[in-house]
Design a protein around this ligand. Structure first.
Ligand code: ADP
Ligand code: MG
Length: 797
């Protein structure tokens, strides 16, 4: 970590000052050194108050001084500089309201604050959304429709006029006809015309920037940015030629803020504050990657040199971008590394992970573990045996066999005299886990109970009592298990399935689930494959185990796309499947929260199928059925008493019937890609091949791309990558990131994932070398300030 340019400049003044303070009689030539260093400091991108003090110091030492005058000047300079040498100065200065900037009044500051630009620092990190290349000016004739252009033109005519749109709409607008020797074009303002009227005069020369649109047979620009280059009659040639040819940053301007006002505010922030920004990256990394300092980077991005590469700027791939993005990601990764470290040092319960009960459980499994499962169990078993709590993410595609791993962990915990809580985001999923565990447990072994909110009161009461007495080994349920009224005798392991599907508040409760003293081990399971680099950051405080192998003999489901009107094809597949004695799911999307309309669609479909196939038994499953009715329907399907299960999205995760081989997804265009993949994973789980029919009844946003991805690959990780491309990072991560990490300011976890890996590596090394970062309090404080709350880092650590 390197001090900021401002701090270095201040130190450069301090060194000769200190000398002058200790031996004032002997240091005549220190005066010049002080004056020069102060002059240099005053010329930096520093706040006005610091510049003022530096000018004072420069003037005080810039003249002949006798010994007593020097003593006085030294004493005064030390006093004046002291506040700027405080380690917290830069942070405080950067956290000030933009009001401190020259030319920015309280009213405008208020406007900016309303749009989230509350501090000088916010302005510094408001990176341009794009750049206008004003180094070459276009001729009006050559302005292409659709292009964003900058050109100089004379005002031929201007004034208010009316406009009329379709459907009788209309209103007032300000219109200006401008042109050069090659042609003319119209500029239009549908709002704010009054202000334009005051600045634009017939005959004036304007610099115009905006996007060219087609209007009827002509071209026009709506709401361009304009700058008056010469008033009417002014020396036009001089101004157009003398125009600074620049690459001008363009900011995403919030409603109610003028683009030029924002640009000026940012430029002022850069001019007065950029040098206060310190770099946090390890110097070795900076040198290796040849990165500019943050201050240089801010200047390069907000005020590009005339010879900069606009393409590289636009694609966020310049060294300046790299520096700022790495800085941001490094702090984040430091926070994650610290949290991971803290958790690892907390007291936990060491479990016996290789006792006789566990060995029996392993021996009695109805199948041989895949090698991925064996590796996963080795890692998790080793974690459980530690005296510190495990925090591990088990990531594996649908059907990769995660539940059995959780089961083994629960056996080890029970054998060691403790209990396991297994939580799923919905009651249905909890019920499914409960059934799966019961099957695995077989005759002897664990005592597993289901605990959900909708359980009968008497039943719930009994389970509470038995949990408290330690008679139950594994409690399966939803977040209802986290209620204060549910006391375990000794909760040794918390397994959380599909954590991202829990609500934000519930997740907070999951995190807070640890009791005083020894923390339980935590195993988080997810079937939503996130590209590895992302997983490492989103769950950066967790260790990662990936089940990258499906049980043997599992054939990827054949996937077909059927369009509306091709219902015969669907009927044929249904009939063939039933004729082989195999079973069928038909799934309807969740259309609205109330589930009313999709319920209607699903029940009509159930009736239709029952009528068309009188020899098949059809059941209907939906979220409004109570637990008992749902369990009964699931049990009938599992036992093969029903052949067709029509449902709303409730079967999405967790249903496990090996004999079900056909999945029909209705209105497939409405489902997200991850969801479609999950649904497809429900068939072909036994030794019979599965088929998945996607019935597309319309098109939705991105739906064709999603359906194409489903047809293209059976691989969950490839699906996740495709999902990421189709939806873009914001939405892809939306739900998962929400409530976990506050927004990153400039980095983009997907676009910048290569840099993410670099930042993580550097952060882990730093924390390994300097546990808790205690030997670098400034860095620790920076991490704490930025991420402490979000990551729940302890203040002292
Ligand atoms: P998921 O990772 O989707 O939660 P499950 O744990 O539900 O997967 O397992 C899917 C199915 O595969 C279950 O029926 C389970 O019994 C079975 N299974 C798990 N591991 C194996 C294995 N190694 N060999 C054969 N079948 C397995
Ligand atoms: Mg599962």
């Amino acid at each position: 970590m390197k001090p900021s340019p401002a701090a270095e400049a201040i130190e450069a003044v301090m060194a000769p000052l200190r000398l002058a303070a200790t031996v004032p009689e002997r240091v005549r030539n220190a005066d010049r050194a002080i004056a020069q260093a102060a002059a240099r400091a005053a010329s930096g991108a520093v706040p006005r108050e610091l510049r003022k003090v530096m000018c004072e110091v420069r003037d005080a030492f810039g003249r002949e001084l006798d010994e007593s005058a020097r003593r006085a000047a030294v004493a005064r300079a030390l006093v004046r500089l002291a506040p700027f040498r405080d380690p917290g100065y830069a942070a405080l200065a950067l956290a000030q309201s933009p009001r401190v900037l020259a030319g920015l009044g309280p009213r405008r500051a208020e406007q900016l604050a309303k749009r989230g630009l509350r501090t000088v620092e916010d302005l510094l990190y408001r990176l341009p959304a794009g750049y206008d290349d004003r180094r070459t000016l276009a001729k009006v004739e050559a302005l292409a429709v659709g292009a964003r252009v900058t050109f100089a033109a004379r005002v031929h005519d201007c004034g208010f006029g009316g406009w009329r749109g379709r459907g009788g709409r209309g209103g007032r607008m300000f219109e200006t006809l401008v042109g050069d020797e090659t042609g003319a074009i119209s500029l239009k303002w549908f709002r704010g015309g009054e202000a334009i009227e005051r600045t634009v005069r017939k005959g004036a020369l304007l610099l115009v920037t905006g996007e060219v649109k087609r209007y009827r047979f002509d071209r026009e620009i709506q709401h361009p940015e304009i700058e008056v280059l010469a008033e009417p009659g002014g020396d036009a040639s001089a101004s157009a030629e003398a125009l600074p040819r620049r690459i001008v940053p363009r900011y995403a301007t919030p409603e109610g803020v003028h683009p030029r006002a924002l640009r000026r505010a940012v430029a002022q922030a850069v001019a007065d504050y950029a040098d206060l920004v310190a770099g946090r990256l390890p110097e070795a990394l900076v040198a290796k990657r040849k990165l500019p300092s943050p201050a240089e980077a801010l200047r390069a991005l907000h005020a590009p040199e005339a010879d900069a590469d606009p393409e590289a700027l636009a694609s966020a791939s310049t060294p300046a971008h790299e520096r700022l993005i790495l800085e941001e990601l490094y702090l984040l990764e430091l926070g994650l590394a610290l949290r991971r470290d803290e958790k690892r040092r907390a007291p936990g319960i060491a479990m016996r992970a290789d006792g006789p009960r566990l060995r029996t459980a392993l021996r009695e499994l109805p199948f041989a573990l895949t090698s991925a499962q064996r590796r996963a169990w080795r890692e998790i078993g080793a974690d459980l045996a530690q005296e510190h709590p495990m925090s591990r993410l088990l990531e594996g595609d649908v059907g990769s066999g995660k539940t059995v791993i959780a089961y083994l962990a629960a056996v080890a915990v029970a054998e060691s005299g403790h209990q396991t809580a297994l939580m799923a985001p919905t009651e249905l999923l909890a019920e499914q886990h409960y059934r799966t565990l019961r099957q695995l447990v077989g005759s002897g072994g664990l005592r597993v109970e289901l605990f959900t909110a909708s359980a009968a009161p008497g039943h719930a009461e009994r389970i509470r009592t038995e949990l408290a007495a330690g008679e139950i080994d594994v409690a399966v349920g939803t977040h209802a298990l986290l209620q204060d009224t549910v006391a375990f005798r000794s909760r040794g392991l918390v397994v959380v399935d599909e954590q991202h599907r829990f609500g934000v508040r519930q997740r907070a409760a999951l995190r807070g689930a640890g009791e005083d003293g020894a923390q339980p081990h935590t195993l988080v399971m997810t079937a939503t494959p996130i590209p590895r680099t992302l997983a490492m950051t989103l769950h950066g405080d967790l260790d990662l185990t990936v089940l990258d192998e499906l049980p043997p003999g599992r054939l990827p489901a054949r996937t077909l796309l059927v369009r509306a009107g091709e219902g015969r094809e669907v009927s044929r597949l249904l009939r063939e499947t039933a004729a082989r004695g195999e079973q069928v799911y038909v799934v309807y999307p969740l259309i609205d929260e109330s589930e009313k309309s999709d319920l209607r669609a699903a029940s009509e479909s159930a009736q239709r199928i029952a009528a068309a196939f009188p020899d098949l038994r059809v059941d209907l499953l939906h979220g409004r059925l109570d637990t008992a009715a749902r369990q009964a329907a699931m049990a009938r399907f599992e036992a093969g008493e029903t052949q067709v299960l029509v449902s709303t999205t409730v079967v999405e995760v967790g249903v496990d019937v090996a004999n079900a081989t056909l999945m029909i997804v209705e209105n497939a265009e409405r489902f997200g890609l991850a969801q479609l993949h999950q649904l497809r994973g429900r068939v072909g789980r036994g030794d019979k091949p599965g088929q998945c029919v996607l019935v597309a009844r319309g098109t939705g946003e991105g739906s064709e791309a999603r359906l194409a991805a489903m047809l293209a690959t059976p691989d969950g990780f490839a699906i996740a990558e495709a999902d990421l491309r189709i939806r873009g990072p914001g939405e892809f991560l939306g739900t998962r990131q929400h409530g976990r990490l506050p927004d990153l300011r400039i980095a983009d976890l997907v676009r910048d994932r290569n840099w993410l890996a670099v930042a993580r590596e550097a952060a882990r090394t730093a924390v390994a070398r300097n546990p808790g970062l205690h030997r670098d309090p400034a860095l620790r404080a920076a991490v704490q300030a930025r991420w402490g709350e979000a990551l729940e880092l302890s203040e002292v650590g």
